[in-house]
Design a protein around this ligand. Structure first.
Ligand SMILES: O=P(O)(O)OC[C@H]1O[C@H](OP(=O)(O)OP(=O)(O)O)[C@H](O)[C@@H]1O
Ligand SMILES: O=c1cc[nH]c(=O)[nH]1
Ligand SMILES: [Mg+2]
Length: 219
């Protein structure tokens, strides 16, 4: 898997990452969602440099020219709930993409430190020969990404796969790198070293779904 760690080189991206991490600024949920969306726009722009382009004729009022434009074969799939603002950011740029949504949540049985990933809702177009972008802002253990990938298999074989994430733990990245094809890509804004016993990224940012949409009751 090709790993593109985009904050390795400082840019305006760091401002948005610092705001979603900052324990005071992140409490403004509208700003939190918008920052995730802005990061999605930046990750989408960087990802776009690796897509396939074809020469197309563009006609202006004064003449015409050839331009390299990307194939409109993208399926954008995000994992509910925290994936929604990241999805919106990517869709701002890949505005003709087809869309897929999947729900994956951590179900804690008896022990709060152990959980399984439950996939319940899935709406997906045909993936055969498409460019699949899988988006989830947090890549902690990597289990949600892998469970999603498994659930999407009956919908066809994409010609290329791009994972997009905001913050990842090195352990989770190593796990997904083992599962996904060697030619797939991970576009990630920041990589942290640690994962807590409860599967939280350290220093991370906390619970992205709760910060974007509010606390949920466990059921
Ligand atoms: O890499 P993993 O260990 O699988 O963890 C990452 C998952 O955790 C978060 O979702 P969460 O379960 O908190 O659901 P939510 O979006 O509804 O808050 C996040 O959005 C990922 O889907
Ligand atoms: O640190 C983490 C891990 C999983 N999900 C989150 O929202 N945050
Ligand atoms: Mg959550």
């Amino acid at each position: 898997m090709h790993i593109h760690h985009l904050s390795e080189r400082p840019s305006i991206l760091n401002t948005f990452i610092s705001e979603i991490r900052d324990k005071t600024i992140q409490k403004d949920s509208m700003r939190f969602r918008r920052n995730i969306e802005r990061i999605g726009e930046i990750l989408g722009y960087e990802l776009s440099k690796s897509l396939q382009y074809n020469s197309k004729t563009v006609t202006t009022p004064l003449g015409s020219l050839q331009m390299q434009l990307h194939n409109k074969d993208i399926v954008l799939c995000s994992i509910l709930r925290a994936g929604v603002p990241l999805h919106n950011g990517l869709l701002n740029y890949f505005d003709t993409a087809e869309n897929a949504f999947i729900s994956a949540y951590r179900h804690h049985k008896d022990n709060p430190e152990s959980f399984e990933i439950v996939v319940e809702y899935l709406a997906c177009p045909n993936l055969e020969n498409k460019t699949l972008i899988l988006a989830d802002p947090m890549l902690a253990t990597g289990q949600s990404m892998v469970a999603t990938f498994e659930a999407l298999k009956p919908f066809g074989t994409p010609k290329e796969i791009h994972l997009v994430s905001v913050i990842g733990a090195q352990k989770g990245i190593d796990f997904v790198a083992k599962t996904f094809d060697i030619n797939s890509h991970l576009w990630i804004a920041a990589i942290d070293d640690e994962l807590s016993d409860k599967g939280y990224i350290i220093p991370g940012l906390g619970d992205a779904g709760d910060l974007a949409f509010g606390k949920k009751l466990q059921h």
